[in-house]
Write a protein that binds this ligand. Structure first.
Ligand code: FMN
Length: 355
């Protein structure tokens, strides 16, 4: 979509995200697709992301590992070494050539990591069907992370963020969403095993997340940092509202550019209101949004931007389709995580072809 021409569609109105002038509010969120090799992006990622890029549209990369903890899942990309930085460059250029704003999502996969790797650091993973042998692995009990390893993890995020900027990304998004990933595991009081100053109170449990944000901010600037949380989704904290509000306040103090919050997909239920109040930066809402929910959310100032995951995955020209109220392609879940470079990846039809 070029500079938007349909201001009657709230999702198609411009928005200033820090120094980035967005031409619409429709965000492409991080979607793990397993199309990399040896944890290194391949050329088909360039086509996939540039298909979804628009002039002044925000695109967030799939989660890229901050360290070699995921090296036994070679289809997941990383951003911890020079080779990966070089491989990301054409992908980033492809988005920039279309005028897109591109953030790199960085994660530590926590208890979802592959046992032989993650045991070093933290915990043991659940079945991880993306491994090359496609086996589902057992779920050994997570081991507590020794606190002397925490500075290494913080430093991994810092270096990964530096690498992302080197690769040309406009900023980074720290993945602190739920699903067994490390940062959320620390924050959530339903997960135990941490010691000393990283356990117990909300402040202690959020310490790792905030240490990472601070270290990354010192490296690349807080104005280039987004963070994704999902306190109301999955295995919830016993007081997710208090947790979310605490994080929103602290992130505001650190001057973080945006907060991206995933709500439970089933219900677009206004759970973000306390966060909206507490957070001073840009709020991106995610989780089960369709066009009309998104429009309502923007209209009511519930959020500034809306991300559309599965819908954007299946409709590379989603902003255009929203703008002209066109029908949508349906997503095919069975191809979400295959490593085919084309099928279910770059072959979703554009509007002209579909109609
Ligand atoms: C195939 C797939 C992969 C995903 N991978 C990631 C990821 O790497 N990082 C992340 O933060 N969220 C991930 N998500 C969550 C999405 O970014 C999004 O927040 C979620 O799908 C809700 O939006 P939707 O209902 O519009 O799809 C993934 C979702 C799907 C469907």
């Amino acid at each position: 979509m070029e500079a938007n021409s349909n201001s009657a569609v709230p999702l198609c109105t411009p928005y200033k995200l820090g120094r980035f002038k967005l031409t619409h509010r429709i965000v492409f969120p991080a979607l793990t697709r397993n199309r990399s090799q040896n944890n290194t992006p391949q050329s088909h990622l360039t086509e996939y992301y540039s298909q979804r890029a628009t002039n002044g549209g925000l695109i967030i990369s799939e989660a890229a590992a901050a360290s070699d903890i995921s090296k036994e899942c070679p289809n997941l990309p990383g951003i911890w070494n020079e080779e990966q930085v070089e491989a990301w460059k054409p992908v980033v250029n492809g988005v920039h050539e279309k005028g897109g704003v591109f953030f790199c999502q960085i994660w530590h996969s926590g208890r979802l990591s592959v046992p032989t790797v993650s045991a070093l650091f933290f915990s043991i993973g659940i079945g991880w069907s993306t491994r090359p042998d496609d086996k589902v692995y057992a779920k050994p009990t997570p081991l507590p992370l020794e606190s002397d390893k925490i500075p290494c993890i913080v430093n991994d995020f810092r270096i990964a963020a530096r690498n992302a900027i080197k690769a040309g990304f406009d900023g980074i998004e720290i993945n602190a969403s739920s699903g067994g990933y490390l940062i959320d595991e620390f924050m959530n009081d339903q997960v135990h095993g941490w010691t000393d100053e990283y356990d117990e109170s909300i402040k202690d449990r959020c310490r790792l997340a905030l240490e990472i944000v601070e270290a990354v901010a010192n490296e690349i600037g807080a104005d280039k940092i987004g963070i994704k949380l999902s306190p109301f989704d999955g295995k919830k904290d016993s007081n997710s509202e208090a947790l979310a509000t605490y994080m929103a306040n602290e992130l505001s103090k650190l001057g973080v550019l945006y907060l991206h919050v995933m709500e439970p997909r089933e219900t677009v239920n206004r759970s973000l209101l306390p966060i909206r109040k507490a957070f001073k930066g840009t709020l991106i809402a995610s989780g089960g949004y369709g066009k009309s929910d998104g429009e309502k959310a923007i209209d009511e100032n519930y959020a500034d931007l809306i991300s559309f995951g599965r819908m954007f995955l299946a409709n590379p020209d989603l902003p255009k389709r929203f703008e002209v109220n066109a029908p949508l392609n349906k997503y095919n879940r069975s191809t979400f995580y295959t490593n085919d470079p084309i099928i279910g990846y770059t072959d979703y039809p554009f509007l002209e072809v579909a109609s």
